[in-house]
Each structure stands twice: as C-alpha cells, then as structure tokens.
Design a protein around this ligand. Sequence first.
Ligand SMILES: [Zn+2]
Length: 284
Amino acid sequence: MGDTTKTYLARQGHGSVAMPAGALEFAREFTGKFSRRLSRMVPFRPFNLHLERPVVSFTFDDFACSAAKAAAPILEDAGMRGTFYYASGLSGQLENGQEIVRADVVANLFSRGHEIGAHTHMHLDVHRTPNHVILEDMEINKRRIAELTDGRAPTSFAYPFGRLDLRSKFLLRQEFDSLRGIQTGINSGVIDLAHLKAQELYDSSSSLESMSGLLDRLERKPGWLIFYTHEVKPDPTSIGCSPAYFREVVELVRRRGLTVETVADAFARVTGRTADTPAGAESI
Ligand SMILES: [Zn+2]
C-alpha cells in the first residue's frame, strides 16, 4: 500500500476498507434519488377525501407580473379567485425570464379576494437546502406575505420546482395547511396534504382537448383538481400559458358549473378543518 492510499484511508477513518470517492458520490446520489422518489410516494399527512361534487383550484407559482395582469381578471370575470404562490425574495426580479410582482401587486390581489400562498422567500430547491436555511427562509416568506395580507400568515405552500425529498417534506409538512407539488393527478381517495397533486396548464404540453377530457373524468369521479402555471402572456415559455388558452380553460370549467375555490378555501371545506385545528390533525 502506497503512502497516498494510506493517507486516504486514514482520512476516511477506516482501518482497512475505504469506499473510493466515486462510489461515495454514487451512493449519495442514489440515496438522494431514492429519498426524492419515496417522498412523492409516501403520504406524510394522509387524508381520506371523498367528495360528492368536484372542486377546482387555479394556482400560479412564482407570481409573475403577467399572471397578476392577465389571469387574475379572467378569473374575476368568471366569479373565481386564484392562489398565487409568492417567492418574496424574487420580487421585482426575473425568474425563468419572467418579472416577478412587486409587493403592491401582491397586496392588491389579496384585497381583490385572491389567496397569497408561500413558495419560500428565495425560491429554494428545498431538497438541496439544509434544514436551518429552509426554516429561516420560510419565516421571512411568511412574514413578508403577512405584511401584505392584513397580518395573515400563508396557509398554502407550493414546493419550488416541485422538488422535495423525505427530509425537506418531513420538515415542512406541519408548517402549512397544505403543500402542493407538481406530481400530475386529481386529489381523491387517500390524498397527501403534504404533497397535493396538480395539473400543469401549459400551452406547450396540455392541449385544450386533454383538459376537457380531464374535466370529464373529474365530473365522473369527483376530486380536487388543482391547476398550476407560471406566466400568462402571449408566446409563453414551456412552463406558462397564453391568456387565450387560460381563458378557454376557465370557460371549460365555468360551463360545467364546477365549484372553483382558492386552495385555502377548498382545503377548509373538504377537510372540515377550522382555524383552531392544528395542521396535521387529519385522520383517515
Ligand atoms: Zn417556482
């Protein structure tokens, strides 16, 4: 055994067996992937959801200016309100090429009856962020939102990038009434309030025909369908939609007479939870 190898083994704290750096990296990566996959499969806050009638929520991640400008009036014209997940640290900056709203727009939308949800302050990829950083960041996000919403702390959360792992999900699971990811599907049967399913509204990937078919299925088998998108403007990116497309989807929902509620309102109604019930008190 050469000196270099001896030194390496000593550094690793092993007597005679050491895992090469490449294998360590592989093990770490494998564990991370496993944790991310499991976090999407294992319900941390299971709730048995059986609805007589379906409910639909429209949500927006990051809170781009265009979503406030174009989508909010379309919802309001139809008598609906949406949930806007706000990453307060991005205010006035660009995220994925989209300008994020400033504080006054957040306060204005709240005053018009829309919900302001949490999305971390700095739009953290939580599965790559240490616990103490997540918690500090989240408190800032909650505080900034409360300042703009008559002191009400946000009760709905969306994981930035839709990414989570077992550790971050465990950490965040009780911090909000509901936590939404980007795993596709309708929430029904045993749902996970710590990782609600959602349906993207992107011109590039969700045709109006497929959205119509999805709403047909929702009517046949009632559940809670949560739409999400990012910017709403002509020529959107691959993770946004055009105002024309958004208006069509809202019209598909309106024509069916489906109930549309913000995430907080839908949560309160379908779970029967009141403000006095602590998050995580659900049972199945
Ligand atoms: Zn985001």
